[in-house]
Design a protein around this ligand. Sequence first.
Ligand code: PBG
Length: 318
Amino acid sequence: MRQFPFSRSLMRESSLQAHDLIQAAFMIDEDDALEQIPSLPGICRLGLNQLLQTAEACLELQIPALVLFPVVSENEKTEGAEAAYDPDGLVPSRVYEIKKRFPELGIITDVALDPYTSHGQDGLINEKGYVLNDQTIDVLVKQALSHAAAGADIVAPSDMMDGRIGMIRKGLDQSHFSSTMILAYTLKYASAFYAPFRDAVGSAKALGKADKLSYQMDPANSDEALHEAALDIQEGADMIMIKPGLPYLDVLARLKETFKVPTLAYQVSGEYSMLKAAADRGWIDEKRCVLETLQCFKRAGADAIVSYYAMEAARWLR
Ligand code: PBG
């Protein structure tokens, strides 16, 4: 059966297409900007016009959705992350601009406080630096509402507070945003693979030597993942997501097998940078390695994949 392309294709069990991919993009408060991120070669912090070009390119490439991450200047970062729910802030205004021009492109926003906190944590902290679950949720609900009001199709809480999916769902429903979807970062592991992302949004410097072990998941655990997923689904998540991707495919497969709900995987910044760095040195064939990797996410059970490679991969798949 493996001897011809035709017979191989007859027995192929999973497929990879542009519509399985979601592009991740960083945005800054400039009209025109293309700021390089040294630890994420090829990915830039985008000004408004470059962001709109990216949105248009996604549509052309048949990438269904874009996930947006704000880069906030130092002087806007505070203890209480007030800028996170400013209705005229960077995220709502960019969502509004993209949806106005490209209404058919799905827009996903990140709900978490780390780009906005002076300490770089995803939530509010006490004097000992401990992240406060319930106080944080109140702010996350306001943040999600500000995104929904601007037209975000999907809000994606990436903070890992307990109970935030239910509270965000309730907040959205009470404010007449009952059709705004929730993509839960259900399993966000306390991973070292996020380092280039933290450079990109500037939370690395704010975070200093602190870590996120008190709320993100222990990479050693997989049963705990099932409990987390059960809670998020029960609380109203429309989709669940696991990150990082490749080192956690066993957990992804268990999740999909157990719950059979829409399950996404996030090929995170460190995964992208590893592939780029090896490819830049000529050690691996970038196109083949990236497409193989993305294919493996699908085989393991991902319905869609968030990736910094989405646009490049979609071009290769043409
Ligand atoms: C934080 C957030 C992180 C990522 C997405 N949302 C990083 C973190 O927890 O510090 C990482 C994504 C990536 O590495 O590409 N809310």
